[in-house]
Design a protein around this ligand. Structure first.
Ligand SMILES: Nc1ncnc2c1ncn2[C@@H]1O[C@H](COP(=O)(O)OP(=O)(O)O)[C@@H](O)[C@H]1O
Ligand SMILES: [Mg+2]
Length: 298
């Protein structure tokens, strides 16, 4: 048994160059499952055709943020794109939202200097002028990506809808990509004039067992694992799948803990028993946490 300190650098002990199961949404570690790939391709087509509004729904941990980073990675490669991503769209009112666009797209606007322009018509005018200049005169594509879009309030959703009214005969002047949990669907379903404008929508689902195995193997290969033998036995993968139900976030989290445990136990192969031990500890830990919370509430 190795010390916990030793396990901190577990990935180098196991022959990795980098940490394979980091939870940051690194586009390098993006695994192209069929559905992730399909969504990405479609989003890029929508942007190229300037169709306006695309929406990606998905439960917590299905890979929306990772997908948006991958999209940014693609947009960065193109010279004609002007884009901005909102990570936490909690705006108090329309003026605040429009001001944030003015600031982030660097739009000339009267009153912009003190960032306190509350004249909605003036803000909209400046934004529209900017869209026209960039899109029609300079042939650029302006894209706004909103992650955690379920946090958008109705006023901001309505403001987004108004932005989509800026259009020519053939295309929209701004491209919107919203990524959000299923609550977003509940919000927009009643806004028929918003729903009508969605030109591409997709719901990300958890992975199946085959994709779970592929995701794990992709991550370890990407992190530099070069040994011939399978690090994760199939029986271990199927246990990970049962526990995670195919949610990438849970897969990554449990694999990280499994590899740490592997190093602590000084072994080289992940089998079912090891995964079961880690899951058992994980469940006990959650239970203890729950009890502690209950005790604090009483
Ligand atoms: N296609 C993918 N390839 C590799 N890792 C992924 C993929 N999708 C999700 N992940 C991993 O799963 C975790 C959760 O993904 P995230 O994008 O944060 O989900 P969401 O935003 O839907 O809650 C992240 O750690 C991410 O690295
Ligand atoms: Mg997210």
């Amino acid at each position: 048994m190795l010390s916990p300190e030793h396990a901190i650098g577990y990935y180098s002990v196991l022959g990795f160059e980098r940490e394979p199961f980091s939870t940051s949404p690194d586009p390098e570690f993006f695994y192209h499952t069929c559905q992730h790939d399909m969504v990405l391709t479609n989003l890029l087509i929508e942007l190229r055709l300037k169709r306006g509004l695309s929406v990606v729904f998905g439960d917590v941990g299905t890979g929306k943020t990772t997908l948006s980073r991958r999209l940014l990675h693609e947009l960065n490669k193109r010279g004609d794109m002007i884009f901005h991503m909102i990570l936490n769209p909690a705006f108090n009112n329309e003026a605040q939202f429009l001001n944030s666009l003015v600031r982030n797209f660097n739009i000339d606007c009267p009153g912009n200097d003190d960032l306190k322009n509350n004249d909605i018509m003036e803000l909209r005018d400046s934004i529209e002028k900017f869209f026209i200049q960039k899109t029609l005169e300079e042939n650029r594509t302006i894209t706004l990506i909103v992650d955690e879009a379920q946090k958008l309030d109705l006023a901001t959703l309505e403001a987004l809808r108004v932005l989509l009214n800026f259009e020519t005969n053939s295309h929209k002047l701004i491209q919107l990509v919203l990524l959000g949990q299923l609550e977003l669907y509940a919000k927009v379903i009643h806004m028929s004039n918003f729903m009508d404008r969605i030109s591409f929508k997709f719901t990300l689902n958890p992975l199946d067992v085959k994709e779970t195995k592929e995701l794990i193997n992709f991550r370890i290969a990407k992190a530099g694992y070069r040994l011939d033998k399978n690090l994760f036995l199939d029986e271990a993968v199927s246990e990970i799948y049962n526990y995670s139900k195919g949610y990438p976030r849970k897969i990554i989290m449990i694999c990280h803990k499994v590899l740490k445990e592997l190093v602590m136990q000084d072994s080289m192969i992940v089998d079912r028993q090891l995964v079961m031990d880690v899951i058992h500890k994980e469940k006990q830990f959650s239970l203890a946490l729950e009890n502690e919370n209950l005790a604090m509430m009483n």
